[in-house]
Design a protein around this ligand. Sequence first.
Ligand code: BDR
Ligand code: CA
Length: 301
Amino acid sequence: PRPVIIDTDPGIDDAIAILAALAAPAFDIRGVTTVAGNIGIETTTRNAGRILALAGRGDIPVIAGAAAPLARKGFDTADIHGRDGLGGVPFPEPLAPPAGADAAGWIADTLDATAPGTLDILALGPLTNLALLLRDRPDTAQRVGRIIAMGGAIDEPGNIGPRSEFNLAADPEAAAAVLGSGLPVTLIPLDVTRRVRAARAYVASLRAASTTAATASANLIEAYFTTTTGGASRPLHDPCVMLFALRPELFDCEDLTLSVDIGDGPDAGALTPGGAGAPSVEVALGVDADQALALLADVLG
Ligand code: BDR
Ligand code: CA
């Protein structure tokens, strides 16, 4: 199995992604690091522990990370993910307290203890912890295999501003640092995640699978139907990161150089392709959505 760290702000769709990763034998999850994003750091950290507890994986450490973006104030998204960040879906309490409160330092120590190029980071939230890793331990950061991050919008409108997506807009300075780092990065933007959608029939099929992970995911998607508007289906943003890590051939990718808007306007965090001299990033622009959804159901079930 492939060693991975999940960096996350759970979050309804983060929770589904983590449950899928826990259920996939292809991953050796070394730890779950948390970041403020969908909700504050205390809640995202507790939620990471609750999700691991549901899967009976108290052996996987949770390490709390950044409580705030590098240079600005966080957003309040309680209307989307509920006051508890998980849409009120029942989860057990964490089996263990957090194993630390310095996610960036813990990621660096873990990279130093792992063969270079073999540890991947699955990033489901604002990129603050990874920017701190690059700032504080730049040489160690070079040991990462690949960062696969959900974030951004290329040809699609944004979901928090006209052109900006939540994870990048929550911490544009961090996004600029990570996308400009030259590390191997794959970005999974809204252009892809908005196509991987769960309708009611999909929820029913998860329920029918009746595993713990599938049932909890069905409950989480139901909660997402209640807390958001948007027709007959809902996008499964963060699970796309796990699906890409499992089966990259389901996605169409292009190498793009991207610049991140770090201004204060409504486009903060928005991406503009181009930018001479910037390192390029692999960007997923297309997906076989039917196969992606089938893979997710298969893993959860
Ligand atoms: C991203 O924003 C968060 O609300 C979701 O968890 C996902 O990571 C989608 O824009
Ligand atoms: Ca997230």
